[in-house]
Structure formats: C-alpha cells, structure tokens
Design a protein around this ligand. Sequence first.
Ligand code: FES
Ligand code: FES
Length: 155
Amino acid sequence: MDATERMMLSFTLNGRPVEVDVEPSDLLLDVLRNRLGLKGTKRSCDVEVCGACTVLMNGLPVSSCTTLAADADGQTVLTIEGVAQGGELDRVQRAFVEHAGMQCGFCTPGMVLATTALLNVNPKPDNAEIRHFLRGNICRCTGYIKILEAVKSLV
Ligand code: FES
Ligand code: FES
C-alpha cells in the first residue's frame, strides 16, 4: 500500500460501529479527536509516557498517541465519552469526583480508563497493585493521594 493511500477502518467505538477512512500513518489519537470529534482523549507528552491519551482497546489500556489508527480495525475501543451511561457518570467517574481526584482534569480521562481496566482484570487490587497499574498515568496537579483514595473506594 502506498504510504499516502487511504484505508477504510471499521471498529466498535463506545458501543457503536464506526467507519472512517484514514491514512496508514494516522495515529489513533488524531483520528479520535480530529476525525471523530471525541476531544476527551488528550494529547500531552506524545511519546507514550504520560497516559493522557489512554483509551481502552478490547478492554486494555493503550496510548493512542503511539497507536496507529489502523490497529483499531475490527477492534473494540472505549474512550472517556463512552464511560458514562444514560447521562449518568459511572462508578469510577463518581469516585474521582467524590474524592477530588482531579484539578485541571487533563489527566482524568486516562486515569478513569486505566482504573476501569484495572478493576476489570482485578476487582480487588491492593495499594501496590493500584500504584503499579496506574504508573503510566501522570498527574501534575492533584498529586496521587486523592486519586489513590478514589480508586481504593471502589475496592
Ligand atoms: S500523550 Fe500519549 S502517553 Fe502522553
Ligand atoms: S488533574 Fe491536572 S494533570 Fe491531573
């Protein structure tokens, strides 16, 4: 395939089928934000260090800043926009609100999605397991104590 030739992707995004044509080099983050209008997924470091761009692919966290959109073809992707249901925050989102686990909120979509993935694979993580699982998500204003308290409240 020519590097500039466009390709059609089909995948499940936040519970709904989507189709979008992309270039083979397009990043998932750019397609989500700029083609599909989902601005909740944030760009920060752009080099897979900070976790701000975290989305779940087939239930597992990936950095969308370093994931090709083409890799989403045929997969199931969850972004922060798909977490709340029926206009109601889900339990992870509520816990972050109730425990003040955010200030600017820039890291929060990634934190919520990483926590969702953690609880899916390990519903009763201990402190060390929470810290280990969330080690790829950086917060520069809340600190980690309130985030940890929010996650612990769900266990
Ligand atoms: S923007 Fe992707 S990990 Fe930082
Ligand atoms: S709340 Fe601002 S970076 Fe985490």
